[in-house]
Design a protein around this ligand. Structure first.
Ligand SMILES: O=C(O)CCC(=O)C(=O)O
Ligand SMILES: [Fe+2]
Length: 377
């Protein structure tokens, strides 16, 4: 028996096992394990495939200046160069930084501060101040994608909820944490600003990819019905970063993700370079810049002109790290149609909610396979 993992704080999770039976499981709260100063990594967090944790540091993370892309603000040539940078980054890795995005630093700091405050609360208070999400996939305060009793767990505590469209009061869900009291206000301000940026990027990406109709992606989004889910990820210091992973490899099912991080900025997030199958660490990420991640729905919409980023998060020994991910998707019932391809089409039309349901059904996976759902065989 692993006495050092004994912990009175648990996340409770339910899932359907391979035979379709409902299982309930208790999962240790990683933040509490770290608070107790655990010296050994409990077996449930050990990865057998940890030899692949080696990585290259990515020195020159492309950073696209959105102020330059805003029409009329710069010469045509400077703007064309910035567009080319955007296309390059989207095509090669599916992630890029954005600077001069127009979101005031105080709004960004405001969102990061309420998240830090939330995680500083004692476990019982955190648990008491968030709603219950038992009927929604991978939502709420807890762990990611737990699907079996013997699956290796991620070294993470996370809180996921839908920010827009707003959840009505009479629904069973209470999505916003009640503490700190300004959590909702600060996060809504950030989400509102980020939405403007993501809409701008959808148009800029179409232009950068030389698609004639610059609204070909944005047209699927709706001012009220489009979804923005917020996932707050907290990675406490880990006794064995060589054996555990913070967030298992994955692509995001949405169209675009915008990320900001806090705590350690030196390392954590990695993205797979498809050209040579090496993991690149995103280490130079200034606090005022946001990281954009191309998601699966965008890969489908673009008919594979760009691919969603396959990414993961490593843990660190003595430092904590956190991130806020905003996942942007068209309304669930939207049928998205891939842009016309010169050669034979590679992606099929899909209804957003069908794709997302499939994604959650098969996740977590070691390879990028959920996307095959929308590929022409
Ligand atoms: O923590 C990070 O930087 C990445 C988080 C992430 O990939 C996600 O929440 O989907
Ligand atoms: Fe992600």
């Amino acid at each position: 028996m692993e006495t050092d993992t004994e912990n009175s704080c648990y996340h409770q999770t339910s899932f359907l096992d391979e035979k379709g039976s409902l299982k309930t499981m208790k999962i240790p709260v990683v933040q509490e394990l770290a608070r107790q100063g655990l010296k050994h990594l409990p077996d449930r967090f050990k990865r057998l495939d940890s030899t692949t944790f080696s990585h290259q540091v990515f020195e020159e993370m492309p950073s696209v200046n959105l102020a330059i892309l805003k029409e009329g603000s710069k010469s045509m040539m400077v703007r064309a160069e910035e567009l080319a940078k955007l296309a390059d980054a989207a095509r090669s890795l599916g992630v890029f930084l954005i600077k001069d995005h127009g979101i005031p630093l105080e709004v960004l700091d405001g969102a990061r501060d309420v998240v830090k405050c939330f995680f500083e609360l004692p476990f019982s208070e955190k648990k008491a101040c968030v709603g219950t999400y038992s009927d929604m996939d991978n939502m709420g305060y807890g762990q990611n994608y737990v699907k079996s009793e013997d699956q290796a767990l991620d070294w993470i505590d996370r809180l996921t909820f839908r920010a827009v469209p707003p959840v009505e009061d009479d629904e069973r869900l209470r999505v916003w944490p009640l503490k700190p009291t300004n959590f909702r206000e600060a996060m809504q301000r950030y989400v509102g600003e980020a939405r403007v940026v993501m809409n701008f990027l959808l148009v800029a990406l179409a232009e950068a990819l030389m698609i004639e109709n610059h609204h070909v992606f944005l047209k699927y989004f709706h001012p009220i019905e489009s979804e923005i889910k917020v996932r707050v990820n907290y990675y406490p210091p880990c006794p064995r970063p060589d054996l555990a992973i913070g967030l298992n490899q994955h692509s995001d099912p949405c169209a675009l993700t915008i990320l900001t991080q806090f705590g350690s900025t030196q390392q954590g997030l990695q993205v797979l370079n498809n050209k040579n199958q090496t993991w690149l660490t995103i280490s130079s990420w200034p606090q005022d810049q946001l990281l954009v991640v191309i998601g699966d729905l965008f890969e489908i919409m673009s008919n594979g002109l760009v691919h969603s980023a396959w990414h993961r998060v490593l843990t660190q020994k003595d430092v904590e790290r956190g991130s806020i991910a905003l996942f942007y998707s068209p309304p669930p019932t939207t049928r998205i149609e891939p842009v016309a391809a010169e050669e034979e089409e590679t992606y099929k039309k899909v209804v957003v909610e069908d794709y997302v349901r499939h994604y959650y059904k098969v996740s977590p996976t070691m390879e990028k396979i959920a996307i095959n759902f929308s590929k022409v065989n």
